[in-house]
Ligand binder design. Sequence first.
Ligand code: SAM
Length: 281
Amino acid sequence: MYDLTSPSVIRHLCDEFGFSFKKGFGQNFLTDADVLLSIAEAAGSEGVLEIGPGFGTLTAVLGNRAKKVVSIEIDRTLEPVLKTTLAGFDNIKIHFADVMKTDLEKLINEEFPGMSLSVAANLPYYVTSPILMKLLEEKLPFENIVVMVQKEVAERIVAKPGTKDYGALTLAVSYYADAEIITTVPAESFVPAPKVDSAVVSMKLLKEPPIDAPEKDYFRLVKASFAQRRKTMLNALSNAGFYGSKDDIKAVLESLGYDSNLRGETLSMKEFSEIAKRFTK
Ligand code: SAM
């Protein structure tokens, strides 16, 4: 067994396999055993889909706890390393592909029939939001999505209305899941160390949408409201071009008790839902 949390073991593997870290793939490997364990614990003990195994650090911890782990990795040069570091695990499968181009529904049906399933990942930073939105929007049967992201992104995901971090990402994630930060992780806990700190976020998927506005109308309104953050809702929606004239928009907002200085960042998800429904009619 390799101690993949040891920087000297990582260096040794780099030398042995002639591997060099690819910044373009967001390769910063986690070396904190406690954090690895808390991600694995939150992911549960049945099926786990991992994104980006790297040297297999988290993969092995998941493999020790879960029934089956399937891990999607874009970088084929990691294949010989993973064959070595994960030798002996017959419940781990590595699928070499770009997760953004992977048909996840098909993969899940083939690999995890009848199993409860979670996602666990130390996500590559360059593509965090697109991966998150893919995992959430495709309505896949996940119980929990547990991911390491930049701390600043984690704060945006769990932000409260009226704060600087609150915005389209908060409102998108909270439409699909109950999110919480499990732990924060300093940059020095990675090899190589990134420039920023990170945090692990757990997103427990909701069985039903938490609001009753049609999904399409809700997301259209959220997008339009935050497209120009400093603008009032009145100006942002009128600039969007598809909510009618400024007077029409003003009338709708006033009928709901809002004045023309209203800004999106103060509104809760439920309030967005009420406004979206009014514009649908
Ligand atoms: N899981 C390892 C760990 O915790 O130490 C590595 C995490 S590292 C932050 C991100 C991993 O995702 C790298 O192995 C990288 O090659 C892989 N990756 C980057 N972009 C990807 C993509 N589009 N699809 C699948 N894997 C990707």
